[in-house]
Design a protein around this ligand. Structure first.
Ligand code: PGA
Length: 250
């Protein structure tokens, strides 16, 4: 089963629209003609329209970092699926560990968001991963399986086909500590086996599982050259065009 890798930039709360445009002006020429992998940018809400416009005509994808599960309503500060689509974006992150940690997102909320994204044909990148104390306590597998079961509750194999999973060990995010390729591969195998259990072997074999957590040009190949690792979700090292392009060209 060959899976096209997805290399995605999570800009978090960085970059104004002008800064986002400056990034795409430099970045797009660096990846022009790169057809081996999919490339995605996840800017902040206020830069999304700028990025969508800037990447039009290229193969680069634009998505949102977070989306609400409700169709619309009194949810101050939130963005709906229809709003994301209206701007021309196609993808969304769901359940990033910073959303779980600072905004109290639970597996139940992740599940609701996943239902909404799939209903609207938005490609969801569902983020899961264990904390350091969970890894040290030997609970990584249990944590990942609980997060997956929660995320996919009530979702059929057919509906789940577009889903991308991002395995991001929380202890590796923004810390400079990267999981070794062996650790990442082991976690990805646990995830794929659990997805097979939940949704069947065929869906699991086709599902892309990205690694995230301190990916940078220096370690991109070690991770991305593994067949089990179907791409990367990159935070800090995606903020500079040269550095993100170097990861894309791992
Ligand atoms: P990082 O962030 O690359 O800065 O560790 C990854 C992420 O949070 O998606």
């Amino acid at each position: 089963m060959s899976r096209t890798k997805l290399i995605a930039a999570n800009w978090k709360m960085y970059k104004t629209p002008a800064e986002a445009k400056a990034f795409t002006d430099s970045f797009l020429p660096l990846v022009a003609g790169h057809t081996r992998d999919e490339i995605a940018l996840f800017p902040s809400v206020t830069s999304l329209a700028t990025v969508v416009e800037a990447v039009a005509g290229s193969r680069v994808i634009a998505g949102l970092q977070n989306m609400h599960f409700a169709e619309e309503g009194a949810y101050t500060g939130e963005t709906s699926a229809a709003m994301l689509i209206a701007v021309g974006a196609t993808h969304t992150l769901i359940g990033h560990s910073e959303r779980r940690q600072y905004f109290a997102e639970t597996d139940e909320i992740v599940n609701k968001k996943l239902h909404t994204a799939l209903k609207h044909h938005i490609v969801p990148v569902v983020c899961i991963g264990e904390h350091l104390h969970e890894r040290e306590g030997g609970h990584t597998k249990a944590v990942l399986c609980t997060q997956l079961r929660g995320a996919f509750a009530g979702i059929t194999a057919e509906a789940a086909a577009p889903v991308v999973i991002a395995y991001e060990p929380v202890w590796a995010i923004g810390t400079g500590k990267t999981a070794t390729a062996a650790m990442a591969v082991e976690a990805h195998q646990v995830i794929r086996a659990e997805v097979a259990d939940l949704l069947g072997a065929e869906t699991a074999a086709a599902m892309r599982i990205l690694y995230g957590g301190s990916v940078k040009p220096e370690n991109a190949c070690e991770l991305l050259c593994q067949t089990e690792i179907d791409g990367a979700l990159v935070g800090g090292a995606s903020l500079k065009p040269e550095s993100f392009a170097a990861i894309v060209h791992y």
